[in-house]
Design a protein around this ligand. Structure first.
Ligand code: M6R
Length: 571
């Protein structure tokens, strides 16, 4: 969370930084700022708000070395004082920081500084300044040994030098138009250059107009190899209103790409334990939901399977099985809890697999066994197409392990169409204070995902529950201000599910049914048909559109849900 971007060179640094920060905004958009040299002194411009607000304040800035930041608050509220960059006591050093310095309170207590903010980052820049070493890079390396936690940083000195470094949070370096850039995300570099250097944990870089030098944690110069940047999707011309909208409408493309790739290349490169006894999924948020769906697919081919929330798993007491495969699902490949869980499994010697949508991400590096998903770059905080890619890739993987035909998958993709969520039903849903999503089996998982999407971007009070559980407590919430959205695509429990809906009706709750069967007596959104196991792919898309339409009707921006950011790189 938080995005940093720094650049130095005789090119349009300010324009590059503003454009870069705009691309990084999905990592946090509470506040933003830049620092540059003006009349031989460091100047800082920062504001609460987004990059457009910053851009206006920065009009007319001309500088050939700038560091910039877009923030998702961790330590300290959303205020101008807490926005980055932060200056050191002397004012000769400015820092932008992504991460959390866990021992900042102890460090702070040892310093005599008039603090301007409540951030851990201001402590870090002062710690760096206090180091006795004779040059900035050595001071940074020395200070990095004293901090606990995670960081990706860029520092600008009043002498015009930029030093960057990282631990646990990503940082990439590249040459652009004869200048040099450090940034949290390769997306910033797309269309600007084809090559980049990835800093590893506790590696540092000095960026000068004349070139870039890399250092290890002992301060030794190191040589690094350039890597190639993959192409990023552009927003399709047809749906360019918001990232979320454009990404939902890429669904068919994503399914086709996934099918094409896995039909062509199969899963033979994936390392699986010889005596595979069980398969377990570990993830957060939407990726956790795709793990829940996947577990059902693997159970159907006879493999015991469990899905864990990463933030619970890492502190839990799970008994590990050396003959199990531990699968970490993450769109970004950067999620702190998922990474921490993967590190735990690595230590145990169990086999692991990363299911990620991001080239060369941390999770891939840890697992060294990767099942890529083909959603293309996902920018919107609310994950939509990545969920489809995860569910569908894992369905194909289960078919492969279970020796099953993929004909149903090919049919589902060829018949796939985006089912719009009608405006009339959106209008109807707007009158309710609470929305409860219900389903059974795979439909319950879709309910969880639909509810997450709705609350995430429209802030409507919503929960999801397995419909059989309603009368064990949640039914008490149902009144005439409650809309219950029932998802019905699984035939085994159809009658039981309809009985559960009747129980809701009897308590004054209103019902909206999303189903591939026509049921009399309900407001119904009808879905097309495909193999039952793949119905989660068909049913989730109109529910994503439902969340999007509710969000827009309520006047919110779906790409910037409050309090959230795309990559959750802190615990
Ligand atoms: O990058 P990841 O897939 O690891 O992210 C996990 C969750 O943070 C993410 O899915 C989150 O729940 C989405 N914002 C939901 O739309």
């Amino acid at each position: 969370m938080c995005g940093i971007c720094a650049c130095i060179g005789n090119f349009l640094c300010k324009d590059f930084i503003i454009d870069g920060l705009k691309k990084l905004e999905y990592r946090g958009y509470d506040s933003a700022g830049i620092s540059f040299i003006d009349n031989n002194a460091l100047k800082v411009i920062k504001t609460v708000g987004d990059i457009d607000a910053l851009s206006k304040l920065a009009e007319g800035v001309k500088a050939d070395a700038i560091i910039g930041h877009t923030r998702w608050a961790t330590h300290g509220g959303v205020t101008v004082e807490n926005a980055h960059p932060h200056l050191s006591k002397s004012g000769k050093l400015a820092i932008v920081h992504n991460g959390v310095i866990e021992n900042y309170k102890d460090l702070k207590a040892q310093m005599d500084v008039e603090w301007k903010s409540s951030t851990d980052s201001e402590v870090f820049v002062n710690l760096i300044e206090r180091q006795k070493e004779d040059c900035l890079i050595r001071k940074v390396i020395s200070a990095s040994k004293k901090v606990e936690g995670s960081f990706a940083i860029a520092l600008l000195s009043a002498d015009g030098e930029i030093v960057a470094g990282r631990r646990e949070n990503p940082l990439y370096i590249a040459e652009v138009d004869g200048g040099f850039v450090a940034t949290s995300d390769l997306y910033v570099l797309s269309e600007k250059t084809e090559n980049y250097f990835a800093l590893e944990n506790d590696e540092f870089a000095v960026l000068k107009k004349s070139g870039v030098e890399f250092y290890d944690k002992n301060g030794e110069k190191i040589a690094k190899k350039q890597q190639k940047i993959e192409k990023f999707n552009k927003i399709s011309a047809k749906f360019k209103n918001t990232h979320m909208e454009s990404e939902i409408f890429e669904a068919k493309d994503v399914l086709e790409k996934t099918l094409d790739f896995y039909l062509k290349y199969g899963f033979s490169t994936i390392k699986i334990p010889k005596n595979l006894q069980e398969i377990n999924f570990i993830a957060c948020g939407t990726a956790y939901h795709s793990g829940l769906v996947a577990a059902e697919y693997f159970k159907k081919i006879g493999l015991p399977s469990h899905t864990y929330i990463a933030s619970e798993f890492r502190y839990g007491n799970e008994v590990l099985n050396l003959n199990a495969l531990y699968v970490f699902i993450s769109q970004s490949g950067e999620t702190a809890d998922t990474i921490a869980s993967a590190k735990l499994i690595k230590e145990s010697g169990c086999k692991m697999l990363a299911v990620t949508n991001t080239q060369n991400c941390f999770l891939n590096q840890i697992c060294q066994n990767v099942l890529p998903t083909f959603a293309g770059k996902e920018i919107a905080v609310a994950s939509t197409k990545a969920y489809l890619a995860q569910v569908f890739s894992l369905y194909l993987f289960a078919c492969f392990l279970g020796g099953r035909d993929v004909k149903e998958a090919s049919d589902a993709v060829s018949k796939f169409e985006i089912v719009d969520f009608p405006d009339s039903l959106t209008q109807y849903a707007l009158k309710f204070k609470k929305i409860i999503f219900v389903g059974r089996g795979l439909d319950y998982i879709t309910a969880l995902e639909a509810s997450l999407k709705l609350k995430e971007i429209s802030y409507i009070n919503s929960i999801a529950i397995a419909s059989g559980e309603l009368k064990h407590g949640t039914l008490a919430l149902v009144d005439n201000e409650t809309l219950v959205v029932g998802i019905l695509t699984q035939q085994k429990t159809r009658e039981k599910f309809l009985t559960n809906l009747e129980e809701v009706k009897a308590r004054g709750g209103e019902i909206l049914l999303v189903s591939n069967c026509i049921e009399e007596g309900y407001n119904c959104l009808t879905l097309p048909n495909c193999a039952e196991d793949l119905m989660p792919i068909y049913s989730v898309v109109p529910l994503q559109i439902f969340a999007l339409k509710m969000c827009k009707k309520l006047g919110f921006n779906p790409d910037k849900p409050r309090n959230l950011a795309k990559s959750v790189t802190v615990e």
